[in-house]
Ligand binder design. Structure first.
Ligand code: XMP
Length: 512
């Protein structure tokens, strides 16, 4: 399969580059900036690497600790595209010159296209591009010519057509570069000659093949949470292994209303062998008297592993199949959560405690939106394909203070009401998450003629792209009123409903 590798120099947009390239159906992966020749060879054994993209990054080429690439990449004969820092690094390494400008360029700029070739083929004389730099290329390396300039930047794009090496000072991967997609397409298809071979169908076929060859004639298990990653992995594993694969669903008692039944029903219909373990009592018992949120998470995580382990042992499974996805693996802001996700969702804590012969992670190279595509193709229901992110410890993180069956029941009912009303208002696809939290504040209310001292429920609804930042959703007041009226009417323990109007940062999405 044809592929483009992206050398990651630490820029916040590096991942966007790989995602854009994949959206053209060409496989792309992020690799360390100092990829060695041996590592590249290893890639070339499984992929036809047709070109390299050097990403942007925060460093200056003159910083001592600035990330560098091996100079061998310039003599491989492979097409190269440098973006921002990548562009500057190319100039620096190949004998050009980079200096700090008096004035930094941030935001949209007008680029005057001097020669529309390579990535710039087909572009107009002036293009809107997204700039974010202070350093600039001021002298071209030998063999290069200027392809574009801006008011402040004489070498906004450069190229050596004979060697197929190009550099752009701007970011084509960012939506503010109006024709950025065309620039990347030009590079990927015209300059590198890639064929669009990265399709969902191909992926499924290869993943099934991989699971089969890894597991051989042994048995395998997976911890199924009902989220899109573990569900998709389960569907793939069942396709590959049939009855030799078992999905274990541990019901810790903190799932949303109807969810355990839905999971069992869905996977049974899909023909996946499933064991549902009702461990609710064990979890509630373990959490008795515990109020510290991290302590709650630890207890839930450990008990989850214990319960899962017992089942895996009974089944005699030798392989563990996990739903780890690409963002879980890479060095990025996802890290904090991927660690948590690993404990609770992907149960990556298991292998060190259990002796599996091997672990198989068929989704390890996919982004979330690609996992959703695979899920759809495998026939998983919409509720799973588009499920909101849900913490592994479930509603337990949405009960502040001690977790008791009564409190979980209250937050579960409130959560159902929030979901029903948001979905009825048709806002569910626009929101990243929408849910209820049971606070530990009691407050006075009036019921009939009597005073009532009851619980306070908080509603949280946020818009976000990747959960690293989020803004509170400006839900219509009438929707909030319907939610609040229903909660206080249908859940007698609750006397007050509040709406959380905090963004992330400074708040997080969950309350914990
Ligand atoms: P915070 O609260 O830190 O959460 O803003 C960011 C995102 O992560 C989700 N989350 C989890 N997801 N397992 C998961 O799979 C977990 O243990 C977990 N904890 C938080 C949270 O819902 C939000 O989308």
């Amino acid at each position: 399969m044809d592929a483009i590798l992206v050398l990651d120099f630490g820029g916040q947009y590096a991942h966007l580059i790989a995602r854009r390239v994949r959206s053209f159906k060409v496989y792309s992966e992020i690799v360390p900036p100092d990829l060695t020749e041996e590592e590249l060879k290893a890639y070339q054994e499984r992929l036809t690497v047709k070109g390299l993209i050097l990403s942007g990054g925060p460093a200056s080429v003159y910083d001592e600790a600035a990330p560098r690439c091996g100079s061998y990449i310039f003599s491989l004969g492979l097409p190269l595209l440098g973006i921002c820092y990548g562009h500057q690094l190319m100039a620096h390494v190949l004998g050009g010159e980079v200096t700090k400008l008096d004035k930094a360029e941030y935001g949209v700029a007008e680029a005057y296209i001097d020669k529309p070739v390579g990535p710039l083929r087909g572009l107009g004389p002036v293009e809107k591009v997204w700039m974010s730099h202070r350093d600039s290329v001021v002298k071209l390396p030998q063999g290069f010519e200027v392809l574009a300039h801006t008011e402040n930047c004489a070498v906004a794009a450069m190229g050596d057509e004979s060697r197929k090496i190009y550099g752009l000072q701007w970011h084509p991967e960012v939506v503010h570069t109006a024709r950025g997609d065309e620039m990347l397409r030009n590079f990927v298809f015209d300059v590198c000659g890639c064929r669009p071979e990265w399709t969902v169908e191909d992926f499924i076929e290869k993943a099934v093949e991989e699971i089969r060859s890894a597991v051989g004639s042994s048995k395998a298990v997976l911890a199924l949470s009902g989220g899109v990653d573990s569900s998709t992995t389960a569907a793939l594993a069942a396709r590959a292994l049939g009855d030799r694969f078992t999905a274990v669903f541990v019901d810790h008692g903190f799932m949303r209303e109807g969810e355990p039944e839905f999971i069992v029903d869905t996977f049974t219909k899909l023909g996946v062998k499933l064991i549902a373990v009702d461990a609710r009592d064990r979890f509630f018992k373990a959490l008795r008297g515990v109020v510290d949120p991290e302590e709650k998470r630890r207890i839930i995580g450990e008990l989850f592993i214990k319960v899962f382990e017992e089942e895996a042992k009974k089944l005699g499974a030798e392989y563990l199949i996990q739903g780890t996805i690409y963002p879980d693996r890479i060095e990025s802001g996802f890290r904090r959560h991927s660690e948590k996700i690993k404990t609770h969702h992907n149960v990556a804590g298991l292998p060190s405690k259990m002796e599996f012969k091997g672990i198989v992670e068929p989704l390890r190279d996919l982004y979330k939106d690609e996992v959703r595509e695979v899920a759809k193709q495998l026939g998983l229901p919409e509720e799973i394909v588009y499920r909101q992110p849900f913490p592994g410890p479930g509603l337990a993180v949405r009960v502040i203070g001690e977790v008791t069956p009564m409190k979980v029941e209250v937050v579960r009912k409130a959560d159902r009401i929030v979901r029903e009303e948001v979905e009825r208002a048709g806002l569910n696809r626009e929101l990243w998450q929408y849910f209820a939290v049971l606070t530990d504040t009691n407050s006075t209310g009036v019921r009939g003629d009597a005073r009532a001292y009851g619980l306070t429920v908080a509603i949280r609804a946020v818009e976000s792209r990747e959960a690293m930042t989020a803004s509170f959703a400006k839900l219509p007041y009438d929707l909030l009123e319907r939610i609040s009226t229903r909660i206080t009417n249908e859940i007698p323990e609750v006397t007050r409903v509040v709406y959380d109007v905090t963004n992330k940062p400074p708040a997080t999405i969950e309350w914990e």
